[in-house]
Structures are given as structure tokens and as C-alpha cells.
Design a protein around this ligand. Structure first.
Ligand code: FES
Length: 253
């Protein structure tokens, strides 16, 4: 798949909730070829130079030539990116990596925190996915309104019980897997959550894919900074992933 560098104009840059930014970029070539689960490396100013920061693609419009990224400001790179204003340009390399299998009749997407970013692209493309999302509190589930237009159904959990079922996604998941007719599970979120979701799906014989997050430098498979041990040997998250079959990376039954 062709990777390109585009000087992308910022079409909008908003912070719908504190600490979370939504960035829409005019990047028609990347929009045209991106697939759910892939990411871009975006160049941000840092220490008088520039560094590239990997961000999952949350949505695209192939027709209108834009991509949308949703990110949390958690460090130097994303804090610098958050200062970029509408109308300015940023350098974007992509699309990168290997995405989800979306050729499913009835997928269940399971996400927590910013792991809901790449799954949003999946939901928007598929239009018949069920979504299970979890957060610590109701405020973290601002994602619900973003997903509703695309998802067939949305299930919610909060750790404190302030919204949806009280507990974790793994509290509700066993009954969804028992009662639903899912032919695949895609999961992205904290590692402990992904491993547990993968185990529950695999126990029921449902194929599961996980999207891993690692520190990345080049994003192109050249520097080994993102290497991970899998059942088939050392693999690069940026190039061989970030999406892997769960059985490749977890000790699932
Ligand atoms: Fe360089 Fe993956 S980020 S090999």
C-alpha cells in the first residue's frame, strides 16, 4: 500500500473535552487509501526541531479528502500539536501499518480510553458493528455520541457505575458473547483489558484481533523501537501491526 507524506492543512482543531483534541486534516491521498486500524506519523515542533508522533486514524472522508485524528494530550509531542491552529499545515506520513479485518458480518468492537480511536474508523466503515466501550466515569464515555451514528448498538460500562453497567468491559462481555451472534471481536485499549477480552472471545471460539500500542520512532519498520515478541518471532508493531490476531501476541486458549 502506498505511503505518502502530505503537507496537510488543518481544517479544524477542537477540544470537545478537557485534554482530548479532535484534529481534521486535509490529506486527500492518505484519506483515499487508509483502512481502519492504520495510523499516521504527524510531525510536530519539539526542541527547535520536529519529531513525528504516531496517531491512529479515527475517521476519513475519501470524498472530501480529509482524515480525522482524536488524541489525548499526554506529553511533549501531543502538547505541541495541540497548539497548532486551523489553517496551518503539518506534515503527515501515512497510511501506516496493518489494520483490522473488517470483512465480518457481525463484529463486536471493544474499546477503552483512547483505544476507541481506531475502532471508530472500523465502526464508521462497517456500519453494522456492535460496540462495547468502557471508562472510569461517565465523562470518559463522550465517545458514545461520536459512535452512535455508525454503530448498530452501543453497550457501556463505567468503573464507578455512573453510566451504563457498573464494572469493566469484561464484566459485561461474557453475556454479550453468549447472547450475540458475533463472528469477530476487535479490541483496543489498556493491555490488561485487551488480554482479558481476547481470552473471553477465544474461549467462545470467536476470532479476535488486538491493536497494540508501542513507542515508535520511524513508523516504517526500520528502527526496531517498536519490536514485540509474538508466537511467530519478533515482529514490528509499526509494520506488521499495530493489529495482530490475539493468539499471536497473547497466551490465549
Ligand atoms: Fe521503527 Fe517500528 S517504529 S521499526
Amino acid at each position: 500500500m502506498p505511503k505518502v507524506i502530505e503537507e496537510a492543512r488543518i481544517l479544524s482543531h477542537e477540544a470537545p473535552i478537557a485534554g482530548v483534541d479532535v484534529l481534521r486534516l486535509e490529506a486527500p491521498q492518505i484519506a483515499r487509501t487508509s483502512l481502519p486500524g492504520q495510523f499516521v506519523q504527524i510531525s510536530v515542533p519539539a526542541d527547535g526541531g520536529f519529531l513525528r508522533r504516531p496517531l491512529g486514524i479515527a475517521e476519513v472522508s475519501r470524498e472530501n479528502g480529509w482524515i480525522q485524528l482524536i488524541y489525548r494530550c499526554v506529553g511533549r509531542g501531543t502538547e505541541a500539536l495541540a497548539t497548532e491552529k486551523t489553517g496551518t499545515c503539518v506534515s503527515v506520513l501515512g497510511p501506516l501499518g496493518h489494520g483490522f479485518n473488517t470483512a465480518l458480518r457481525h463484529p463486536l468492537l471493544v474499546g477503552g480510553g483512547m483505544g476507541l480511536t481506531p475502532l471508530l474508523f472500523f465502526a464508521a466503515e462497517h456500519r453494522n458493528a456492535a460496540v462495547l466501550m468502557g471508562g472510569r466515569t461517565k465523562g470518559e464515555l463522550f465517545w458514545e455520541a461520536i459512535y452512535r451514528p455508525y454503530a448498530r448498538v452501543v453497550f457501556l460500562t463505567t468503573d464507578d457505575g455512573s453510566y451504563g453497567r457498573k464494572g469493566f468491559v469484561t464484566t459485561l462481555l461474557p453475556e454479550l458473547l453468549r447472547d450475540g451472534d458475533y463472528d469477530g471481536v476487535a479490541v483496543c485499549g489498556p493491555p490488561v483489558m485487551m488480554e482479558r477480552v481476547a481470552a473471553l472471545a477465544t474461549e467462545r471460539g470467536i476470532p479476535c484481533e488486538v491493536s497494540l500500542e508501542r513507542r515508535m520512532a520511524c513508523g516504517l519498520g526500520a528502527c526496531l523501537s517498536c519490536a514485540v515478541d509474538t508466537r511467530s518471532g519478533r515482529r514490528k508493531v509499526c509494520k506488521d501491526g499495530p493489529v495482530f490476531p490475539a493468539a499471536e501476541v497473547y497466551d490465549v486458549p
